[in-house]
Write a protein of this length. Structure first.
Length: 103
């Protein structure tokens, strides 16, 4: 059974010269880092006006990050795996047990 969820992979040139996949991978990585850093900035904003300014920047970065991810998935450079109900239930039970042990 094939559990992979993906699109046909767009081939790119190999070698030492960066290709479209390399650029997009780097861009996605940067956007993820920016998004995380903006969350910190949001929590540390000293006033509402600054918070709102940061939130606008965060929202833009988040949308760009999602677009980059969707483009990589479209070109087959991201592969997802479908999980069985059994696997999901097992993970859920394990997490629930961990949470319950904290209480």
């Amino acid at each position: 059974m094939n559990n992979k969820i993906c699109n046909t992979k767009k081939e790119v040139p190999t070698g030492t010269t960066p290709n479209d996949k390399d650029y997009l991978t780097h861009l996605l990585s940067l956007l993820k880092d920016y998004e995380k850093n903006m969350v910190v900035a949001l929590t540390e904003a000293s006033n509402q006006k600054l918070y709102e300014e940061f939130f606008g920047i965060f929202d833009t970065i988040q949308k760009l990050q999602r677009e980059a991810y969707e483009l990589m998935f479209k070109y087959g450079w991201y592969i997802l795996e479908a999980s069985s109900t059994t696997k999901i239930n097992t993970l859920y039970k394990n997490l629930k047990t961990e949470i319950d042990s904290l209480n």
